[in-house]
Design a binder for this molecule. Sequence first.
Ligand code: KIV
Ligand code: ZN
Length: 583
Amino acid sequence: MIAKPATKYHPMAAVALPDRQWPSRTITRAPRWLSTDLRDGNQALFEPMNGERKMKLFMELVRIGFKEIEVGFPAASQTDFDFVRRLIDENLIPDDVTIMVMTQSREDLIARTVEAVQGAPRAIVHLYNATAPAWRRIVFGMNVSQILQFISHHVGYLKQLTDQQPQTQWTLQYSPETFSATELHVSLKACQTAIAAWGAGTGRPIIINLPTTVENATPNVFADQIEWMDRNLSPREHIVLSVHTHNDRGTGVAAAELAVMAGAQRVEGCLFGNGERCGNMDIVTMALNMYTQGVHPQLDFSDITAVARVAEECTGIPLHPRHPYAGDLVFTAFSGSHQDAIKKGFAAQSADAAWEVPYLPIDPADLGRTYDSVIRVNSQSGKGGIAFLLEREHGVVMPRRMQVEFSAVVQRHTDASESEVDGGALWALFQQTYLPAHPSATGTPAPLVVCHGHRLDEDGQGIELDVTMGGTRQTLRGQGNGPIAAAVDALGLPLRVDHYEERATGTGAHAQALAIVEAAMEGASGATFGAGMSHNIVTASVQAIVSVANRLAQRAGLAGQGVDTHRAETGAATDAARVASNA
Ligand code: KIV
Ligand code: ZN
């Protein structure tokens, strides 16, 4: 720290609100959520999402249960414009979902935005302009009355255009950007100007969205600002009060939570806190914080790993392993005393009692996570040592989630054998756990699938598997955009492949390929890994799929000869249904 902070920075002034009510309130129901993943989140990526990724994330947001989704900035990007048109023209917006589009306050951009949503049954147009002193002075060179005139003009222009399209149910969202750094009386005037220009009232809905564009104070200051606005905005009954917090001080979630206590009815944010700089408010964290207080957030995070994988794939941003609720390590205890307390907590926890396991603020099972990795080797060097030995002695490089999973296997082994594991023992354990997918596989219980051979079509899109499945030798055919997808299709099991990687385990002509697959299966809790090793990469891939299928089938109680499958070339759906009915 070299600067003298007292002279260099301006601390935020406290709000004069001696009778503030929010500190004694609690959150008792879910706010209206708006996901801005496809707008604010997307604007903050090295490589903004293309239409295909946007569509994948949109569908996931709908599946999670978002009823309001900001789908883009169509006047600023042709990709966004085309995406919005596709949603509308192909009728992809569910009846209970409303899309929002953002525009700057400029006539040509407003017109283009209205054009983008033409024909939508419902649309929220999000208009914003910055109001804080530094922006007024440095960026726009406008005084307060010029800013108010600017708002009135552009909201009026939007009203004029939208009035010409009565077939759409229009809502205005007005955001005084930089609200948290703006004098409250100026923010109020800006919002009242927008409210008046829109003619807000019955049948003319308006959302007033108050952002911490750049987080600049402790969350209690923001809560005071929101409570002050809540008391002064009018006509209050016709206004939905929304907040949009960022995370520059690491308190984006806290600010939104306190804002809800202070009167905010709606909260904007992104999955896992993606967004400009340090991100937007993390909706997953806020929603699950509510969940652990007994309030249902009305969003479905019961398979948090699947949501994380979609978010990572669409944004290209990996999740931190210690990210609240979703990181790879958040249900893992390294310290011996924590492990001991957790073990005792699990033993004492009965299914119908309130959750009370020490060190675990949430039941991992509620998020689709397993307990597997909760108790494991009791020091960082344990896990690091396993990974190091396997890599050094066998060229096996495991993805981090697999290291976590495998270290639990090693720990079970060391607990039972009370012996130390060396490189050879680790390799034997690795083979037993992940590589038994070959014709001579034995063990208890017997695997669901044993693969005797395969034949890949010349175009690489179709595969024939010679397998014993459920005790019957048969030939299965599958199609897909590569050997992995084709093999999954051939097996006909409800498998979802989340991750695949393949690398050589040595150098030179004799090096073998090690394929690793992470997958989940309907009826089996959580995701797990499978591996295959061969000189032939397709063989390694097929073995990895068979391995993960067997491991998941075992979790689902499907392994062994009990599955009545006698399919040969009859189509995947039949087997999937048969397996599911055995679950
Ligand atoms: O952070 C912000 O202020 C915004 C607004 C446009 C709402 O994203
Ligand atoms: Zn923002």
